[in-house]
Design a protein around this ligand. Structure first.
Ligand SMILES: N[C@@H](CCC(=O)N[C@@H](CS)C(=O)NCC(=O)O)C(=O)O
Length: 212
């Protein structure tokens, strides 16, 4: 059975996994799912979050778990180095970017992107939290030129999708890019040379285009 990747082309976590599948050349099909909470989805992804994959062995949720599975399933081309320490350092960057930076910025997405509301208190508290976690992330991120060093790794699958989103949310809400200390533009340009990234960007653009 071919891997079935559930989610939608605008989701950052979905696109992270999609880039990894493309980089590895693993055959997969996409199944449109906007994080539905219907019983079928909940049976496959217990919180109804996307992305999740269906495999011949069963369903698997949580993007980072899926990334690790893909690496184990097909080690080449490697998205993680073989050295245990270097592998750990790459995972560390991803945890800071996702668990700390992206999840904090996510509090703003409702107001920034979906016409929702947020209290002044939440907005101010989130700004203080973001400054702190972005500073911590900056101590680990290398942009050398890749996020975790001189080779494309699965930290870049995460960097590609989260950095511009956090940046946009902060510009929209605070009128200021809290990620401005990082060379995000050049970094995204570098990643944009890859066929995998071009495909993900094109699919996202098509999904965002107004329907005629
Ligand atoms: N920790 C999860 C986060 C995934 C996530 O937040 N996905 C969003 C879409 S980008 C979602 O499913 N939101 C709906 C929900 O949380 O119910 C992962 O890494 O897969």
């Amino acid at each position: 059975m071919m891997i079935r990747l559930h989610g939608f082309a605008v989701s950052n976590y979905f696109n992270k996994v999609k880039v990894a599948l493309l980089e590895k050349g693993l055959p997969f099909e996409e199944v449109y799912n906007r994080a539905s909470k219907d019983p079928v989805t909940l049976a496959l992804s217990p919180l109804g979050k996307i992305p999740f994959i269906e495999t011949e062995r069963g369903p698997l949720s949580e993007s980072q778990v899926i990334m690790e599975y893909l690496e184990d399933l097909q080690p080449e081309p490697a998205l993680l180095p073989s050295d245990p320490w270097q592998r750990a350092k790459i995972r560390e960057v991803v945890v800071y970017l996702e668990t700390h930076v992206e999840l904090t910025a996510r509090r703003l997405y409702g107001k920034a992107f979906f016409g929702g509301t947020a209290t002044d208190e939440l907005i101010e508290q989130t700004r203080a939290d973001l400054v702190k976690v972005i500073d911590a992330f900056g101590k680990l991120a290398q942009f050398g030129p890749y996020l975790a060093g001189d080779r494309f790794s699965y930290a870049d699958c995460a960097g590609l999708v989260h950095l511009p989103l956090v940046s946009l949310a902060s510009k929209t809400i605070y009128g200021e890019d809290l990620m401005a200390a990082f060379p995000v533009r050049d970094y995204l340009k570098l990643l944009g040379e890859r066929a995998s990234v071009q495909r993900v960007n094109a699919d996202r653009k098509a999904a965002l285009a107004p329907k005629r």
